[in-house]
Design a binder for this molecule. Structure first.
Ligand SMILES: C[S@@+](CC[C@H](N)C(=O)[O-])C[C@H]1O[C@@H](n2cnc3c(N)ncnc32)[C@H](O)[C@@H]1O
Ligand code: SF4
Length: 448
């Protein structure tokens, strides 16, 4: 890592799971989402369901969650979610549902019976395709082996398991101590039950992590051989997430240590047969994400990298985000506001954004760069009927400085992000973000 660049370019920035990012969301006329739906050219629908509850608090966590031992809360929540599903399905019907993802919080906070009722309601309300990808995030500390059998029987065919780090000192520092053997058993059982994809979440940049401490974690991960792996850069925003204040800044690895940890982990993965997908994902070569990247069809949405390029996304539950046609919309983030909105019978949307033509163009440019590290101007010119060098003259001028620093190569009809530039991909995308100047003063997670 060239440390001089750390003072030259922004070291914090958006993760570009959408463009514009959620920070630009404002008041949205509820009719806009319907308009997005009727004018959308997408052929399928993807559903995201947010289950916000967790059994205990992981200090690093930046997700929208509520830690509670009062199980009744989840039953109340389920009742509102079922109502929202009914209300939304009446409006967003007619396209096959090709993907359903349960995220959180911890979706497995719901018990077997609650998950059965939820899946039954989804199947009744929407036209779920026979081959739909149905995935769920599970917390291994709270998932006994028999639960996987129930999930498989409900039609779940993908599992995502939160591991973060196998090192016990790191686990204690973040208040997430978990049994390693149990994770191995879960993966084995998941395979035996025929789950077609098993994914693990890891985080680098956590307290007490070093190249030496993280290597054994990576070796165990390689032994488990998940189909996919997320290697998240720890987003430390203690001013935003109170629990992160329990993590001592002095225990965090430095920027250079972080990069060294990532490089070690990525090298082991690539040597072990994984392909690097975008910023923070890895997949075995025969996995669909890897195939989509090879074919130039990788897409990015609020859940990260995905193959679902041809689907609109409907978010259900507190804080869930939808992207339907040209409209982005987020549900209320506070549970009581969400309940109030669902009860009132209208939409649970709190805010959102309707993209204009310039947003659409820039959104595609940013998506191409962050998914493929490469951009052909001809692709944008053909799709939007513009002359790239003229339309993006200012952006390309800004990017020229990054070219001098070896982060990108620009020629007359393409941009290529170099190996040295990959860690800077978010900063590179920011050059095409017209809201960037305003954003530079806001708080973002570290890029590197
Ligand atoms: C909703 S959790 C996964 C499901 C379940 N709650 C669990 O923890 O096992 C989503 C993932 O986000 C990642 N994550 C959470 N907070 C993060 C942060 N501050 N920085 C980077 N990654 C984070 C973790 O890897 C976590 O597994
Ligand atoms: S990482 Fe998962 S279990 Fe831990 S607090 Fe966040 S959402 Fe809950």
């Amino acid at each position: 890592m060239n440390t001089a660049l750390l003072t030259k370019y922004p070291v914090s920035g958006p993760r570009y799971t959408s463009y514009p990012t959620a920070l630009e969301f404002g008041e949205l006329d509820p009719a806009s989402l319907i308009q997005g739906w009727t004018s959308s050219d997408k052929q399928a629908l993807s559903l995201y369901l947010h289950i916000p509850f967790c059994h205990s608090l992981c200090y690093y966590c930046g997700c929208n969650k509520q830690v509670t031992r009062q199980r009744q809360k989840s039953e109340t929540y389920l009742q509102y979610l079922l109502l929202e599903i009914k209300q939304r399905a009446a409006l967003f019907s007619g396209k096959p549902v090709t993907q359903i993802h349960f995220g959180g919080g911890t979706p497995t906070y719901l018990d077997d019976d609650q998950l059965s009722r939820l899946m039954a309601a989804l199947r009744l309300a929407f036209e779920v395709a026979a081959k739909a990808e149905i995935s769920i995030e599970i917390d291994p500390r709270q998932t006994e082996l028999p639960r996987l059998g129930h999930l498989a029987a409900l039609g779940f065919n993908r599992l995502s398991i939160g591991v973060q780090d196998f090192d016990s000192k790191v686990q204690q520092a973040v208040n997430r101590v978990q049994d390693e053997e149990h994770i191995f058993q879960l993966v084995k059982q998941g395979r035996a039950l025929g789950f077609s994809s098993i994914s693990l979440d890891l985080i680098y940049g956590l307290p007490h992590q070093s190249v030496e401490s993280f290597r054994p974690t990576m070796e165990k991960v390689l032994a488990l051989r998940p189909d996919r792996l997320s290697l998240f850069n720890y987003a430390h925003l203690p001013e935003k997430f109170a629990a992160q204040r329990r993590i001592k800044e002095s225990d965090l690895p430095t920027v250079n240590e972080r990069r060294a940890i990532f490089t070690m982990a990525a090298t082991l993965l690539v040597d072990g047969g994984y392909l690097c997908i975008g910023m923070d994902h890895f997949a075995l070569a025969d996995d669909e994400l890897a195939k989509a990247q090879r074919e130039g069809k990788l897409h990015r949405n609020f859940q990260g990298y995905t193959t679902q390029q041809e689907a609109d996304l409907l978010g259900l539950g507190v804080s869930a985000i939808s992207q339907i046609g040209h409209v982005l919309a987020q549900n209320h983030k506070e549970i009581k506001d969400y309940y109030g909105a669902v009860e009132a019978g209208g939409s649970a949307t709190d805010k959102g954004y309707a993209l204009d033509q310039d947003d659409k163009i820039r959104g595609v440019v940013i998506k191409e760069l962050i998914c493929h590290f490469h951009l052909h101007f001809g692709q944008i010119e053909k799709r939007f009927g513009l002359e790239f060098n003229a339309y993006f003259a200012d952006d390309l001028r800004r990017l020229a400085e990054m070219e001098k620093d070896g982060l990108v190569r620009i020629d007359k009809d393409s941009i290529e992000v170099t190996d040295a530039g990959r860690p800077w991909i978010r900063a590179i995308c920011m050059q095409f973000d017209r809201y960037m100047t305003a954003k530079l003063n806001r708080s973002f997670s570290r890029i590197i």
